[in-house]
Design a protein around this ligand. Structure first.
Ligand SMILES: NC(=O)c1ccc[n+]([C@@H]2O[C@H](COP(=O)([O-])OP(=O)(O)OC[C@H]3O[C@@H](n4cnc5c(N)ncnc54)[C@H](O)[C@@H]3O)[C@@H](O)[C@H]2O)c1
Ligand SMILES: O=P(O)(O)OC[C@H](O)CO
Length: 331
């Protein structure tokens, strides 16, 4: 049975791109945004010029700033930055949304302090609703151009996984399914830290050998921490692990890689963040992953060095030197 009313929480680039996928399957969407001025502009111009310029929004996109308007939805995508997920999920839970409605987290992050994944936060707010996740190598800029993209959909319930797969499958968007919700989310969240690091390597001009070594050791670290936090090793070897790590470390569209490159060139984090209107999740995730790693006693040299860089206690060249001169060990 297909979904009839789809709501999207978050009017940024990824929310817009996912609405475009659904539009290709003739599914209209109601997109909620928190910024009334932005929503008025998008509605009037049929373009999300702040987050995804150059893409004309189809007539099947409808916008609102009232969460209550989503109460009729049988599928709600949560696509805000991770720092806003708890607040919007809590607010949504006060609406008349049915306990049958499926909540699909498309956000990549881990909550600071609690170490909770986004789907766990959503499940706390909606203990009776099915919660699913969507992740994988997928830059919004390419999805709206209908460039071939494959992602993974995860849910504990097989019927929901199949329903979501049918809903999102198009001639340019291929969803795989998996039961490993934790692995899918952890791969998508942790890779952003390593994309920052890959950007630093680019900014320092350290070359291809260095970047290949960094990404390979990043995957080892991602798997080590991801398995300790409940994900399956095979998941990290798939689209939401190595797939997303590759695209984010190499893509010209990656905001995390771009932040890292600017750090590598010597800019201050505060200045970089102030100059961007979009989210780079790798920054907060560096801190939450560091906390999780300490709690579980996992060795995370790259995450530790990235934290020192973001804190301003280590310079980019020092970070690179610290990693290459670590205690010798077996691979
Ligand atoms: N952009 C992509 O290609 C892409 C792909 C896959 C996953 N993601 C993930 O999707 C999530 C959203 O990213 P994005 O690219 O759409 O971000 P974005 O920066 O393009 O847009 C974020 C949106 O959230 C809104 N927002 C900001 N703070 C808010 C708050 N406190 N409450 C409610 N809304 C708020 C902004 O106004 C904006 O509409 C992130 O976790 C990101 O990692 C992005
Ligand atoms: O542009 P980034 O670095 O936020 O990455 C976006 C997506 O997560 C890529 O899969």
């Amino acid at each position: 049975m297909s979904f009839r009313h789809v709501g999207i929480i978050g009017a940024g680039s990824w929310g817009t791109a996912l609405a475009a996928v659904l539009d290709a399957n003739r599914l209209p969407t109601l997109i909620w945004g928190h910024d009334a001025e932005h929503i008025a502009r998008v509605t009037a111009t049929h373009e999300n010029s702040t987050y995804l310029p150059g893409y004309r929004l189809p007539d099947s996109f409808h916008f609102t700033t009232a969460l209550d308007d989503l109460a009729e939805c049988d599928l709600v995508l949560l696509v805000t930055p991770s720092k806003a997920v708890r607040e919007v999920a809590a607010r949504l839970s006060t609406t008349a949304l049915s306990p049958e409605a499926v909540l699909l987290s498309c956000t990549k992050g881990v909550e600071r302090g609690s170490g909770l994944r986004m789907s766990e936060i959503i499940a706390e707010c909606f203990p009776h609703n099915p919660v699913a996740v969507l992740s994988g190598p997928s830059h919004a800029e390419e999805v709206v151009q209908k460039m071939p993209t494959a992602i993974v959909l995860g849910c504990a319930r097989e019927d929901i996984r199949t329903r979501l797969q049918q809903t999102f499958a198009t001639s340019f968007f291929r969803p795989y399914t998996s039961e490993d919700v934790a692995g899918i989310e952890l791969g998508g969240a942790l890779k952003n830290i390593f994309a920052l690091a890959a950007g630093v390597s680019d900014g320092l001009g350290l070359g291809d050998n260095s970047k290949a070594a960094l990404i390979t050791r990043s995957l080892a670290e991602l798997i080590r921490l991801g398995v300790a936090l409940g994900g399956k090793r095979e998941t990290f070897q798939g689209l939401s692990g190595i797939g997303d790590l590759m695209v984010t470390c190499f893509s010209r569209h990656s905001r995390n890689r771009a932040v890292g490159e600017r750090l590598g060139k010597g800019e201050r984090l505060a200045d970089i963040v102030a100059s961007m209107n979009m989210i780079a999740e790798g920054v907060p995730t560096t801190y939450s992953a560091f906390e999780c790693a300490r709690r579980f006693g996992i060795e995370t040299p790259i995450i530790d060095q990235m934290r020192a860089l973001l804190d301003g206690t280590s310079a980019p060249r020092e970070v690179a030197l610290n990693l290459i001169t670590r205690e010798p060990k077996a691979e």
